[in-house]
Design a protein around this ligand. Structure first.
Ligand code: ADP
Length: 459
C-alpha cells in the first residue's frame, strides 16, 4: 500500500487545535498508512525565503510552507474568504471579486502544488482538502503527478446558477476535474456540481456517479463528515464538562437552557436565531424567567468587513432582547463571543434542553452531531436544526426548520421545550443511530476506499 499525502490549508501541527475531530481523523489516516501532511505553516513573511519545512510530530510527517504578506491577503483573505466562501454559501451579495486576488490564489495553488508534487512517490495517493486548494490538483498534474488524487470539499457546493457568478467558474471547475474523485458533504452538493458539469460544461454522465468532462473521467460522491460520538459522550461526562455545566447551573438555577455554538460567521444565521428567541418571548409570556438562551460565538476572520458588521448587529440584537425582557434575576440571552474547550462545550450540550443549530447554509455542521452525541438516553435534549445545514440530510430525527422563518423557528423552540420525554427519547435514538452509522472513521475510511479503487473501470 502506498503512502497517503494530505494537503489542507491548516494542519494539526503543534499550536493548532489538536483535539479537533478532523485533525484526529487525518492523523489516524496518516498513522495507518504512513505519509505526509502538507499545508500552510500559519507564518506570514514579508518575502518568501523558505521552501518546505519537514518535521515529524506525534508520528506524523508534516511539510509546511509559508505565505508572504501579499499572498496571505490575496489568496487567503481575498479570493478564498471574500469570493469563494460567500459564493459557496449562496451569498453572492457579500462576494468581492478581484482579479488580482484570483491571480494570487492561482499563484499560491501553483507554488504549493509544485512543492507537493516534489514530495510524492509513484505509488502514493493524494487527498486534497477544501476551498483554499481548488486548483492545486491541476498544478500537481502539470508537475507530472498522474497517480490517484482525491479532493474533499468541506463547505457546500451551490447550484450552477450561483457558482457561475464567480468570474473564474470555468477555470475552477476544470481545475477540480483534475482529481479522480471529488467528495462532497451531501447529495445536494454532489448533484449541484454534477448539474454544473453536465449543463454548462457539456459533461457526459457515466454510470451512477461519474462524469466524463474536460477529457477526463471524474467520480462525484457524497461523504458526509461525522463526529466521534463516544469521544464527545466521554467529554460530556468528564471533569471539564461537568465543571462547565455546574458553573452555568449556578446562575441559571433550574431554568430551561437553549444552546447555540458556532464560529461567528454570516452563514450561521445568528441574527435570525436571536430574533427567533426574541419572538418566542414575545409570544409566550409564560416562559419569561423560565428559559435562557446561551449563544457561544467567537469571532472569526476578523479582518473581513462583513464579520465586523455581524458583530455589531449581534451586540445590538442581544442588547435589545435583554433590555426588553431581562429581570433582576434573569437574563434571557447570554451571548459569549469567545472560545471554549471541547470538554466544556460537551458538558454544556448535555445540560441543555434544546440545541439550536440554524445556519442559513452549512457544509455539514458538526455542532449538530456533537450536541446529539453529548445527550443521555434518560433525559435527551432536542435538536432544532436548519434544513439548509448539510447535517439535515442525515438527521431527520431533529425538528427541522427554515432558518429564515423567524416565527416557525420560535414555534420549533417552543415545541422542543414542551416535548414529552418519550418523544425526546424516540427522536434521540434515531439521531444517535444516524451519527453512529456514519461517524468520523466511516468518513475517512469510505473516502480512502473510494480513492484507492478510483482507477478501476466504471460499472
Ligand atoms: P464550521 O466548520 O463552519 O466551523 P462546524 O459546526 O462543522 O462548523 O464546527 C466545526 C468544529 O468547531 C466543531 O467540532 C465545533 O465543536 C467547533 N466549534 C464551533 N464553534 C465553536 C466555539 N464557539 N468554540 C469552540 N469550538 C467551536
Amino acid at each position: 500500500m502506498g503512502r497517503l499525502i494530505i494537503a489542507s490549508n491548516r494542519t494539526a501541527t503543534p499550536g493548532a487545535d489538536r483535539a479537533g475531530g478532523l485533525a484526529v481523523a487525518l492523523s489516524d489516516a496518516l498513522a495507518e498508512r504512513g505519509g505526509v501532511w502538507f499545508g500552510w505553516s500559519g507564518d506570514i513573511l514579508e518575502r518568501e525565503t523558505r521552501g518546505v519545512r519537514l518535521f515529524v510530530e506525534d508520528n506524523t510527517d508534516f511539510a509546511l510552507a509559508d505565505l508572504t504578506t501579499q499572498e496571505y491577503e490575496g489568496y487567503y483573505l481575498g479570493f478564498a474568504n471574500r469570493a469563494l466562501w460567500p459564493v459557496f454559501h449562496y451569498r453572492v451579495d457579500l462576494a468581492h471579486f478581484d482579479e488580482q486576488d484570483f491571480a494570487t490564489y492561482e499563484d499560491v495553488n501553483r507554488r504549493f502544488g509544485r512543492l507537493l508534487a516534489q514530495l510524492t512517490r509513484p505509488d502514493d495517493i493524494v487527498w486534497i482538502h477544501d476551498y483554499h486548494f481548488l486548483l492545486m490538483g491541476q498544478e500537481m498534474r502539470q508537475s507530472g503527478w498522474d497517480g490517484p488524487m482525491g479532493f474533499f470539499l468541506h463547505i457546500p457546493f451551490p447550484p450552477p446558477e450561483v457558482f457561475s457568478a464567480l468570474p473564474q467558474h470555468q477555470r475552477l471547475a476544470r481545475g477540480l476535474c483534475a482529481h479522480d474523485l471529488i467528495g462532497f458533504q451531501t447529495a445536494r452538493d454532489t448533484a449541484n456540481f454534477r448539474r454544473y458539469l453536465v449543463d454548462i460544461c457539456a459533461g457526459e454522465p457515466v454510470g451512477e456517479d461519474c462524469v466524463r468532462v474536460f477529457d477526463r473521467m471524474v467520480r462525484l460522491r457524497a461523504f458526509p463528515i461525522g463526529t466521534d460520538p463516544d469521544d464527545i459522550a466521554a467529554l460530556a461526562a468528564g471533569t471539564e464538562g461537568a465543571q462547565a455545566a455546574a458553573r452555568l447551573e449556578r446562575v441559571s438555577a433550574s431554568r430551561a437552557l437553549v444552546i447555540g455554538v458556532d464560529r461567528m460567521d454570516y452563514s450561521k444565521g445568528l441574527p435570525q436565531r436571536m430574533a427567533a428567541f426574541g419572538r418566542l418571548l414575545d409570544d409566550h409570556a409564560e416562559l419569561h424567567g423560565k428559559v435562557s438562551f446561551l449563544q457561544i460565538a467567537p469571532p472569526s476572520r476578523e479582518a473581513v468587513d462583513a464579520y465586523q458588521a455581524l458583530r455589531v448587529e449581534l451586540d445590538g440584537l442581544a442588547g435589545k432582547i435583554n433590555g426588553d425582557y431581562a429581570d433582576l434575576d434573569w437574563v434571557p440571552i447570554r451571548y459569549l463571543a469567545r472560545n471554549y474547550p471541547r470538554g466544556a462545550l460537551s458538558g454544556l450540550y448535555r445540560l441543555a434542553q434544546v440545541g439550536l443549530v440554524t445556519p442559513l447554509h452549512d457544509g455539514m455542521n458538526l455542532v449538530a452531531k456533537e450536541f446529539v452525541a453529548a445527550q443521555t438516553l434518560e433525559d435527551p435534549g432536542v435538536l432544532v436544526l436548519s434544513e439548509l445545514a448539510g447535517a439535515a440530510e442525515q438527521m431527520q430525527g431533529a425538528i427541522l426548520v427554515n432558518p429564515h422563518d423567524i416565527a416557525g423557528t420560535a414555534d420549533a423552540i417552543h415545541r422542543a421545550l414542551s416535548m414529552p420525554v418519550e418523544e425526546r427519547r424516540e427522536r434521540w435514538a434515531v439521531l444517535d443511530a444516524a451519527i453512529r452509522a456514519e461517524d468520523l472513521s466511516w468518513w475517512r475510511l469510505s473516502f480512502l476506499k473510494a480513492l484507492e479503487t478510483v482507477r478501476e473501470p466504471v460499472a
